[in-house]
Every structure is written in C-alpha cells, then in structure tokens.
Write a protein that binds this ligand. Sequence first.
Ligand SMILES: C[S@@+](CC[C@H](N)C(=O)[O-])C[C@H]1O[C@@H](n2cnc3c(N)ncnc32)[C@H](O)[C@@H]1O
Length: 262
Amino acid sequence: MPNIANYVFNNVSAQLTPLEAFLDPFTHAELDEIGVGAGWTCLDLGAGGGSITNRLCELVGPDGRVTAVDQDTHMLTPQPNVDIHTQDMSKDEPLPVAGPFELIHARLLTHHLPNRRELVHRLAGTLKPGGWLLLGEFVLSEPYVVTAPTEKDAGLFRRVLAALYEVGRRHGVHQEWGNEIHATMLDAGLTSVRTRWHSEAWTGGEAGSRLLSNNVSQKREQIIETGISGDEVDTFTEVLMRDPRMVTRSHLFCSIRGRRSA
Ligand SMILES: C[S@@+](CC[C@H](N)C(=O)[O-])C[C@H]1O[C@@H](n2cnc3c(N)ncnc32)[C@H](O)[C@@H]1O
C-alpha cells in the first residue's frame, strides 16, 4: 500500500467509508452554505477516499475544476473535471496547481503536518478574493461511554481509546490543533471565520464503531506496547465494537471556515 508520508494509518475502505459516513453530512452542509457552484475552481487536500472530491466535482460541474491531492491517491476516482496529484504536504513544496482557488478544503489532514500553521497562511494566500478555506479536524476529547454491557467493558473501551490517542501522539499527531485553527485563520487575514463542533453517539456494529475497530486494528502492535494485552485488543475490535449494547461518544469533530476578503 503506498504511504509516502509516514502517515499514521493506511488508506483502506474499512476506515474511510465509516469516516465519510460520519463526517460528510457536516461537510456537505458547509459546502452548501458557502455556495460552491458551477464553474468554481477547488482544491481538496488529503482527499483520502474521495467523497468530498466527488461532491465538489458534482457541484462545480463540467465548467469547474477540482484538484485532489494526497500522499496516497489510490482510492481517488478519475473524472473529467478532476486532477489527481500525489504529494507529501508535510514538505513545503509548491502546490501542484498554483491556483487561485475559490474553495480549498482539507479534512483530517493538517493535524498530521508539522508545517500546519504555515500551510494555513500559505493556503489563505492561494484563495481568490472572496474565496473560502474550509478545514476539519478531530480534537482530543475524554473517551466517554454512554452505556455498556458491563463496567469492565466500559473500562476497557476507555483504556483502548486512551492507548490509541497515545499512539497518535507518539506518531506526531497534533490532537489539540483543531482548537487553534480559528485563531490561525484570523492571523492569516481571513474574515467571516466560523467554527462548529460536532459529536454524536456511536453504537456497536454501526459506522462509527467500525471506524474505531479499524483504527485500533491498524495500530494493534503499538497499542499492545502501551500495556493493553492482545486479548483485550481483540475483545475491543471483535466483541465490543460489534455489540449494539455498547454505545459511546464519538470523536469530537470541528469544522472551521474562513474567507479571503473580496
Ligand atoms: C483520515 S484521512 C481523511 C481523508 C479525507 N480527507 C476525509 O476526511 O474523508 C487523512 C488523509 O490525509 C492524507 N495524508 C496524511 N498525511 C499526509 C501528507 N503528509 N501529505 C498528503 N496527504 C496526507 C492521508 O493519506 C489520508 O488520505
């Protein structure tokens, strides 16, 4: 599987499909409010499974253009109005297309990047006058169990989630970065800056729990290194995350948008 940027996960549909099921409604609402329309020029950074790239292609139509960038582009679908580029955004290289763009979108990308703050400034300067920057990130929240078959199950959920977050931290994921984006957009001179947070309950067997199960499976060895046993990891992925009696609070997603002055 290509992964040229030492990204913490591998792009697989078992991860990206449930992720998109959780997040796409929030992002679609933002795109509708922004008014992305026919003929727009858009950039989707860290495009992943391509659900938002595809949405943008529909919205801009044949007279518009979408550029999709990811360090691993194997899940992106070629279309007449999309240009797909493989690029490691942690390197301060020029964007594959100079712009300017009417919309730049990046969801769950910048918290992986050491150059995240500079990138926001750079992207702000790549917008057309009146153009929008829309970013989305998970921000750290306390693992929370709504209801579980037993208190032991609830405790195991909290320990495995804490271990998953620790593995992310060790890998350089900036888990508080989402809370700093609003101020960073203001510093970058953007206007109409607005942040929304989203969270919901995730039930065992449903999309969110499948996402957690995949994330934990991908990081199994590193989670065991933090002190969780292999049997406990298996109970988490094979039992708890499939049990409809297990209901937990989702990751906390924040969506931040800002606009370059017209
Ligand atoms: C959690 S996925 C999100 C995918 C998509 N944006 C979404 O929200 O559905 C993170 C994406 O960022 C990409 N990514 C991570 N680090 C990157 C880097 N340094 N350069 C380019 N893409 C990167 C990954 O390959 C992956 O597709």
